[in-house]
Design a protein around this ligand. Structure first.
Ligand code: FES
Length: 155
């Protein structure tokens, strides 16, 4: 089996070596070690990393991705069939994120040119004064949207 050093995996995947080490620590990918302690990854790690990136783009957290990968027998790399099965369950999640974004957009339109961000009057800042019942701190961004990774995040 061809084994790749971390630098090559980083170059091919577009992920930083630090991200790869983090994913390994999180149990998303696995590496063997050379006698000198350097990481060596199987080539299949590239597909596994593509799966992780796609799942992150859907908004899954690393623990959720680890949970999804753990459903695969023998910790195998996701096949096309695996991807189809796992991603089918993510459509509802994307729909909910889209709905939350639409709600955010609709609130924003009434705020354009205002800027008050009033906790009592602003539909975006505190619609229906719902925040008071939810506790202190920023409450207006849907939990679904809080989980969205920034575009291009290395991970
Ligand atoms: S910023 Fe003034 S109402 Fe939202």
């Amino acid at each position: 089996m061809e084994l790749l050093p971390i630098g090559e995996v980083a170059a091919r995947s577009g992920l930083a070596p630090s991200a790869l080490r983090h994913y390994e620590a999180e149990g998303l990918i696995a590496a063997s070690r050379t006698p000198g302690g350097a990481r060596r990854f199987p080539r299949s790690v590239l597909r596994r990393l593509a799966f992780v990136r796609a799942a992150q783009n859907v908004g899954l957290s690393l623990p959720e991705i680890r949970e999804a990968l753990a459903t695969l027998p023998d910790a195998r790399t996701p096949s096309a069939g695996d991807w189809a099965r796992l991603s089918a369950g993510w459509r509802d999640r994307l729909d909910a994120q889209i709905a939350a974004l639409e709600q955010l957009r609709d609130g924003l339109s009434s705020c354009i040119g205002c800027g008050c961000l009033s906790l009592t009057a602003c539909a975006l800042s505190n619609p229906g004064d719902a925040a008071a019942a939810e506790g202190p701190g920023a409450r207006r961004l849907s939990p679904l949207l809080r989980r969205l990774p920034p575009a291009g995040r290395a991970g």
